[in-house]
Design a protein around this ligand. Structure first.
Ligand SMILES: *[C@@H]1O[C@H](CO)[C@@H](O)[C@H](O)[C@H]1NC(C)=O
Length: 345
């Protein structure tokens, strides 16, 4: 028995080292100062493989060969957003064909992006917090009330009208597979695609008052509504604009203001509009929950199955835990993509 335990312990340690070797090619990079408040190292240059569709440095946002990724740049989560972008570039066969759409609300972060990722194709979009501030109600976690959390609702308006599809990503994740695979996911007739979790208890995302009011709960009649996480979504912006989904989400937020039908932030309105109408995407594209829950010090493991994206959703963030020298085991999978200059690891 002792021998078996020792062997399995050795085996998992060996596997862990192998994973680390795969995920951490030597990221030499030179330290640069980008702004008075933040300092990120310059990422290694990224180059397309020969088989990639040809693009040049001058290729504009409307070029049909581009893969579009939208992500917020927020002071609180900046280190996470930069690591997410870095992870996408490192794993893409055609990194020069990825166009980033950065959503910002306060600081001018363009220079920082430019110096961290030279030659990156990107635009910065200002999301006015006043667009949603009157629609946000208090939630169980203050971080969920940040207006920028709601910018994903407005991508169809914010992005250029020639952008017909976009991958929206949260800031607390890293991609460990080629973004082009997620990009080519089939959405069928649906406006959004995301991994669905039909075994999750859907009831708990809404209040008892919601479920007892037929005029509200009736919205889920005739639908097989399943939970999905809004941190990784493939969005058909043509369909979104045509169906006016932004307004539909806003209507539920207005109801929430007067009736309090849920406790979380930007997720429930998405469930109200889309649950049961989501194109299912493989679960490997959102291994979520790695942040752990609200219990301090709780660490989560991976769900079974392959992994293409690791998502530290929940209240714990890997950069904070690494900084406080109390990381969870899986936080070491985030660290190789960290470009923060004062990084102690
Ligand atoms: C689902 O959640 C609701 C509300 O929290 C709870 O009342 C119910 O018992 C749960 N159902 C199951 C099957 O766990």
């Amino acid at each position: 028995m002792f021998g078996i335990t020792r062997f399995s312990g050795f085996f998992s340690a060996a596997m862990f080292v192998i994973v680390l070797i795969i995920l951490s090619p030597s990221f030499q990079s030179e330290a640069i100062r980008s702004s008075h408040r933040f300092s990120f190292r310059k990422a290694l240059p990224f180059r397309n493989a020969h088989e990639c569709a040809w693009v040049s440095a001058q290729t504009k946002v409307c070029d049909p060969s581009l893969v579009h990724v939208a992500i917020t740049l927020d002071v609180e989560y900046l280190r996470g957003s930069i690591a997410a972008v870095h992870s996408i570039l490192r794993h893409a066969l055609c990194p020069e064909n990825v166009f980033f759409h950065f959503l910002v609300s306060d600081t001018n972060l363009q220079a920082l992006v430019d110096s961290t990722f030279p030659h990156l194709k990107f635009n910065v979009y200002y999301f006015d917090p006043n667009t949603v501030s009157h629609l946000i109600s208090s939630s169980v976690r203050q971080a969920l009330e940040q207006p920028l959390n709601y910018a994903r609702n407005y991508l169809a308006d914010l992005l250029e009208s020639c952008v017909e599809r976009v991958i929206y990503l949260d800031s607390d994740l890293v991609m460990v597979d080629d973004v082009a695979k997620l990009w080519s996911a089939s959405l069928g007739s649906r406006a959004i695609g995301a991994p669905e979790y039909c075994h999750a208890n859907f009831t708990k995302y809404f209040t008892a008052g919601f479920w007892s009011e037929p005029s509200l709960a009736g919205t889920f009649a005739q639908r097989r509504a399943c939970y999905f996480n809004t941190g990784v979504m493939v969005m058909d912006l043509v369909k979104w604009r045509k169906e006016g989904y932004t307004r539909k989400i806003e209507r539920w937020m207005e109801i929430q203001k007067s009736d309090r039908i849920y406790e979380l932030g930007s997720l429930p309105p998405f469930l109200l509009v889309f649950a049961g109408h989501v194109a299912p995407i493989e679960h490997r594209w959102n291994q979520h929950g790695l942040g752990g829950d609200n219990v301090k010090g709780s660490c989560r493991g991976l769900h079974p199955g392959p992994v293409s994206l690791l998502h530290w959703s929940g209240s714990g963030k890997p950069w904070l835990r690494l900084h406080s020298k109390r990381p969870c085991p899986l936080d070491s999978l985030w660290a190789p993509f960290d470009l923060y200059a004062q990084s102690p690891f």
